[in-house]
Design a protein around this ligand. Sequence first.
Ligand SMILES: [Zn+2]
Length: 312
Amino acid sequence: MSVSNRLCEQAPTFCEEDCETALFRAKWPDGFRCPRCGGLDFYRIVSRGRRLFECSSCARQTSLTAGTILEGTRTPLVKWFQASYLMQTGISAKLLAELIQVTYKTAWLINHKLRYAIQVHDEGRLLAGDLQLLGDFYARPATNRPSDPLTYRDEPAVAGASIDAESGGLAEVKIKRLSARSFNRRTFDVDSFGAFLWRHAVDDRAGYRRIEIVKASGSAGVTELGAVWRGAIRWLARTFGGIGPKHLQAYLDEYCFRMNVKTDGYNTLLSLCGRIGTITQPELVRKRLGVRSVRFTGLKHSAQLSRSLCVS
Ligand SMILES: [Zn+2]
């Protein structure tokens, strides 16, 4: 039995009311708050078949899903919760569609909206303290479409980790594609890593931070950060048969989210769903998520990075 099938069997059995209660707590962890006046008291009402909350001060009506990642959904909450639970292993939209009995399009949208919540969460967290960095290329596996110019293109990416001061192990990891602007060579140099640090690590103007550039494997075997990088590549290959560049960053962020939250991924994801606004399907399809053109101001950051760099 596959991991995802086993996980599906172990999934808590929710009913729609349980999910409403859980989403209410995720959206309003400190209790109901009116989006217009901040009022704390409400009435539950049903209007045109929709269950709504009406503020007892200003009569503003709001739904449970408004302002959450589930906004506008017509899929039962139970299926969203099952999909969130299954994201602990990370499964394809095809398999998710079978497991929770929705169409492929709905499964794809649910998976990507959950990934979007993860990405917004990730953007707000910067690596801090001593860091390890690893530069490598994600080579999309060859397909049977040799005419596709993207098929054989390698995507440069940097894996970065903050180091736990006590254990010396990895405390938090990120893997980010480098935009074409910040990477136009075949090797990783100070500028490549600087572009990563500029966006994803706490600013260290004083240069106190120790930064170690590591390889995926060395004389002592596979490095810890190398194992994270290789784990991501294996997961993408086994679960999806490889991922094209358009959505690659969303999948990398999903993988790192699991690495970072470890055992509490499900509850953390539910909490994110309740407080992060949604993204529409056209926006998802149009955007190259997580890849923003970063113009790296090389000189200043190169000098800082060179001061704190320790190449092993
Ligand atoms: Zn109000």
